[in-house]
Ligand binder design. Structure first.
Ligand code: UD1
Ligand code: CA
Length: 482
């Protein structure tokens, strides 16, 4: 802990202990999410930008969720309707939204937010652009006793861009000064404002109303509350947190760094739980993805959405999975899968593309240069190479040989193909849908099948071979004579 922190601070844990604690129904929260995010240079409001699989706003709401707070007020402004709808999508039933229009600064955001809070002892105020916060850290802020305000802070070697926490000679907090309003001396302070605060609800509306606009931007800053409280001789504590947790996302470079840190944290948790990750630096797994202990993730994998990888499965190298279920013991190599269910001990790839609606059964296989879509492939059935299986149901123990394809599209509509249990579809077969190949039937290689094949039958649908004895030798002799 650095020397310029006030002496009354107890040592604080740097880990991430459980957010469990006293019930916090008496603590309301204001999430400030009305800003445009000018520095992102985007048409999309800042808090809607995704990072590591969730929007900035959902990261912050996800951190507030386990605290058991009273009402959570999300202050929206830019793209207010979209952001408000997105806040409601979080699934938290204690979230309400209020519109701040126009945006006169973070102090103004708190004023607007307070209009949606009738009863509370404490009000937790949170920047909407800090996705790396943890619930444990916010709990330490929320659990300050009534009569005490607090501001979350960290020490940065490079404090550029953050508000500085100014103290007197004894280390007592005097106030927060934004970088653009800093004197030369203040600019050198490395103790920064993380943008999270807790205040007593009692008297807060009056203090917020007293916030002026005497700063370089002419905005009303929430940070001025610190100076106002100090002037009233009220206690303002500084609660410290690991620097990474207070990373605010203002531009695209910070967005990328926040994503790296979030994914790394998620990977570390997975590895601690027993997942093998061969190279964490070359593995990109969103926080929404669940990987079970004893699964293995090889380098170059991008796992997103509601993907789940079960124990004993091996994924990668170089594989993209979105909203995909990989069952125990399955093996997925160098492939792309979107909205797919891969069964136990099944094999995918290398170089397969499994599109939405593919279900591959236990011990099934979709191999090299095969593409599937809206296809159910039964247990032990194999599509080993160079095939397209679209809008199809393959039963169990089907062999869908090299180059066989479903012809599912007639130029207007899509049609279904059914291949029943144990059927053998020879190489380079076209199954022109709608069509059914019955149980145990064979289709000769090179066939174009336009009519159903009965169970147990052989279908040959190609020109019969003609052999012209000596034709080639004669052709060559004529050529040499010319
Ligand atoms: C803010 C703090 C700064 C702190 C930093 C930490 C102020 C004045 N400064 O600066 O001391 O070091 O966070 O990351 O608060 N917002 C609104 N309405 C507004 C303006 C902003 O809802 O009128 C929201 C934004 O959407 C954002 C949050 O408030 O989620 C913070 O605003 P931002 O402009 O990012 O503040 P910083 O300049 O980062
Ligand atoms: Ca910010």
């Amino acid at each position: 802990m650095s020397a310029d922190l006030p002496p009354d601070q107890p040592p604080e844990p740097t880990g991430d202990p459980s957010a469990d604690g006293p019930p916090r129904g008496h603590v309301a929260a204001i999430v400030m999410a009305a800003g445009k995010g000018t520095r992102l240079r985007s048409d999309t409001a800042k808090v809607l930008h995704p990072v590591a699989g969730r929007s900035l706003l959902h990261h912050v709401l996800g951190v507030l969720a386990p605290l058991g707070l009273g009402r959570i007020v999300v202050v929206v402004g830019h793209q207010a309707d979209d952001v408000a709808a997105h806040a409601r999508d979080s699934g938290l039933d204690n979230v309400v939204t209020v519109v701040q229009q126009p945006q006169h600064g973070t102090g103004h955001a708190v004023e607007v937010g307070l209009s949606a809070i009738d009863a509370a002892d404490k009000v937790l105020v949170v920047n909407g652009d800090a996705p790396l916060l943890t619930a444990a850290t916010l709990a330490r802020l929320a659990d300050q006793p009534v009569g005490t305000s607090a501001i979350l802070s960290t020490e940065l070697d490079d404090p550029t861009g953050y508000g500085r926490i100014v103290r007197d000679a004894d280390g007592a907090v005097l106030g927060v000064v934004e970088e653009r309003d800093c004197t030369e001396e203040e600019r050198a302070i490395r103790s920064v404002n993380g943008g999270m605060y807790v205040f007593d609800h009692d008297g807060l509306a009056d203090r917020v109303a007293a916030i002026g606009t005497d700063n370089e931007q002419g905005e009303r800053y929430v940070t001025d509350l610190v100076g106002l409280l100090v002037a009233e001789r009220r206690e303002v504590r500084v609660v410290t947190a690991p620097a990474v947790e207070l990373t605010g996302v203002n531009d695209r470079a910070q967005l990328a760094r926040a994503g790296q840190a979030l994914r790394r944290r998620h990977l570390d948790e997975m590895m601690a739980s027993g997942v093998t990750v061969m190279d964490p630096e070359a593995t990109w797994i969103d926080v929404t993805v669940d990987v079970e202990p004893d699964a293995t993730i090889l380098p170059g994998c991008l796992l997103t959405g509601a993907t789940h990888v079960a124990a004993g499965a091996v994924v990668g190298p170089h594989t993209e999975l979105h909203d995909t279920e990989v069952a125990a013991g399955a093996r997925v190599r160098q492939s792309v899968c979107d909205t797919v269910a891969i069964g136990p001990d099944a094999q995918v790839g290398p170089f397969a593309h499994l599109r939405p609606g593919t279900e591959l059964g236990p011990h099934g296989k979709v191999g090299a240069f095969a593409e599937t879509k809206n296809a159910t492939i039964g247990a032990r059935s194999k599509v080993p190479h160079l095939s397209y299986v679209g809008d199809a149901t393959l039963g169990e123990d089907v062999n869908f040989s090299c180059g066989a394809v479903t012809v599912n599209y007639d130029g207007f509509d899509k049609h279904h193909t059914t291949v029943e249990d144990g059927a053998f579809v020879g190489c380079d077969t076209m199954l022109v849908a709608p069509v059914t190949v019955g149980t145990g039937a064979f289709v000769a290689a090179g066939s174009t099948v336009t009519e159903d094949v009965p169970p147990g039958a052989l279908a040959i649908a190609r020109a019969r071979q003609t052999v012209k004895e000596g034709w080639a030798d004669q052709r060559r002799a004529e050529h040499d004579a010319d």
